[in-house]
Design a protein around this ligand. Structure first.
Ligand code: URA
Length: 241
């Protein structure tokens, strides 16, 4: 049996209109289900079984893959379902997409914000997150106090975190204000809490952390909690590294 969804969601999932637009189409009498005109909202249909037409033209839900960039807020877990029922990043990728199939590519900590990719494509997730493909990830860390020249040099060269030595990183001080320093750091791996541990290794405490890019994908001015589709260029770049 296919997924059961409301008619307006079905129309939105087909890419024909937003949900609100779909509601208008329904009330204008432009939509039929299995040949019957439907004018009321909230009717449910089964994806893959019921035939939905707009102005007599059948709307199909393709099973194409999704590639999404989300600006993750602090306070969301990077999983599809949380054992403690905390809000998840998948909750934010709102319901016009077949949510169940979407999963985050790698993770950001609960207390980290910024760019997180989500997809339905396992190959894409593997290419972006596996260390052997060396995808650059850039973060802005707000650290308490300052950082020494030797601390910067050590971060650039590689530091020991637990039993692992990080690969060379690009590190740049962006700004300093209110007893904090903003440091931009680009790393090529993605160990658990790596950036926080790298700063700890040089005696600095990270007060806030934001990821701003993954390869060619930039967070840009995507508002916090909002998402967008990746462009073809971005997907191809990450897939063909
Ligand atoms: N490094 C961290 O410490 N936390 C993240 O969420 C990502 C990278």
């Amino acid at each position: 049996m296919g997924e059961i969804v409301r008619l307006q969601k079905y129309i939105a999932m087909s890419g024909e209109a937003s949900r609100r637009g779909a509601e208008g189409m329904i009330s204008e009498g432009r939509v039929t289900v299995n040949g019957e005109k439907v004018r009321e909202q909230g009717v449910k249909v089964e994806v893959g079984a019921d035939v939905v037409c707009l102005d007599g033209r059948e709307l199909k839900i393709s099973n194409k893959d999704y590639y999404i960039a989300l600006n993750k807020p602090v306070g969301y877990v990077s999983t599809a379902k949380d054992q403690f029922d905390r809000p998840t990043v998948v909750d934010l990728v709102k319901t016009d997409l077949p949510q169940a199939r979407i999963f985050p590519v790698g993770r950001l900590d609960y207390d980290t914000e910024g760019l997180l990719l989500l997809t339905t494509d396992g190959d894409f997730a593997y290419k972006v997150s596996h260390p052997k493909f060396n995808t650059d990830k850039t973060y802005i860390a707000k650290i308490k106090g300052g950082i020494s020249i030797s601390g910067l040099a050590r971060l650039r060269k590689g530091v020991k975190i637990e039993d692992y030595v990080t690969s060379p990183a690009e590190v740049e001080i962006l700004d300093a204000a209110d007893n904090h320093t903003f440091v931009k750091i680009t790393i090529h791996e993605g160990k658990n809490r790596q950036v926080r541990k790298m700063f700890e290794a040089v005696g600095c405490k990270v007060a806030a952390l934001q990821r701003t890019s993954i390869g060619v994908v930039e967070l840009g001015n995507l508002p916090i909690g909002r998402w967008r589709h990746l462009t073809k260029y971005e997907v191809n770049y990450l897939m063909n590294k």
